[in-house]
Write a protein that binds this ligand. Sequence first.
Ligand SMILES: *[C@@H]1O[C@H](CO)[C@@H](O)[C@H](O)[C@H]1NC(C)=O
Length: 432
Amino acid sequence: MILPSFLSLVLASVVAAESIHIPLTRRNPLLARDGSVDLNKVFNAAERLRGKYGYGSTPSKRQGQTVGIPVINQGQDSSYLGNVQIGTPPQTFSVVLDTGSSDLWVPSTGCAGCDSETPTFDPSKSSSVKQVATGGGDITIRYGSGEVSGTIIQETVSMGGFVNTAQTMLLATTLSDGLINGATAGIMGLAFPALTSTRSTPFWVVLANAGQLASEEMSFFFTRQSTNPAAGDLSPGGVFTLGGTNSSLFTGDIEFLDLIAGTQPTFWLLRMSEITVNGKAVQIPTGNAALSAIDTGTTLVGGPSAGVQAIYDAIPGSEPLDGQQKGFFAFPCNTKAQVTFSFGGKAWPIDVNDMNLGSIGQGFCLGGIFDLTLGSSLGDSPGNPTWVVGDTFLKNVYSVFRNTPPSIGFAHLSTAAGGSGKHHIFLPKLSQ
Ligand SMILES: *[C@@H]1O[C@H](CO)[C@@H](O)[C@H](O)[C@H]1NC(C)=O
């Protein structure tokens, strides 16, 4: 039997000091009455001593990391995806990076309602999958755009080199129509635990709790491919930084604003404090009706009826759409709609190209902000957002979702991240 050199050293010193015989098979107190030594106890005592004086092989808490994960832009700014590895050996999936929900799911083999080209997870090919009993019946996760149901598993999940060996997640067997398409194979929820339907701790929270993140932040730079005629269905989407920020992607300071949270946080919520259209403030709802979910998993921006109406009232020639498109608005394509949002601090401009989703005929173009609530007052209940601030806005800023203290930060994109690299400086009007 070959002992590790370290153990033989311990034994040598014990042997020398005590000059005793060591029966290797016995488990006794450190020094039993018969004078023999318990190897485990010797080993453990030495380890404790090393720990006390800061030496030793016991891993001290692993240093937190900051990792940049490439983002995939799908469907010219429709969705922003990141790759996640699931199972042993790992199967890779491109999932929506979604700060507007908290569950993780991917489609399972035998999924009903998946496109034939949708990648699926085959649990029979993973040695680390564990089924989780849910007391019968499937679990359903509901989103604004549809729902997904299936069974709960625990699996090894990794992203950007961060690993959770016991991630609770949903293996989807039924998807509602159009919830995902093409290369999208699931959703990675990046909001708070109180929102989960799978009773799981979200992947990012597990990493934060385990001290794996250098700082408890998730940061995004998203590309704009809608103005790039060469962009295919899948194109470079930016960078998702897990565990911090990447200073080469923004310029100036990050403006952090405290999260609006009740007893426990749910969505990443701020309050919409001011909207301007072509330089003039418009009247928007206040209080609970101004709650805004900052949501990377939503393509456009949705808002309360009165606020959205006020925005389009300030865009000359705009018209509400009807029928199936009720809630959407169009405006003359040659009109520039320069909109800014502010959440209690700076005003952040939305590029006019993001407000204009393209022609719908007769010289009209579809607007990037739509009426989410359609007159319903449901949104006025505390904690329920009436604004959902998606990628139409988020493409225009570097965004930071910070756990401690709970806050959201915005900064101007650097030139490396496709921004102008300049601070927007609003000069006072010069009087002549
Ligand atoms: C920060 O972003 C730049 C530009 O995308 C990239 O080259 C660099 O590797 C990133 N750094 C980290 C630590 O991710």
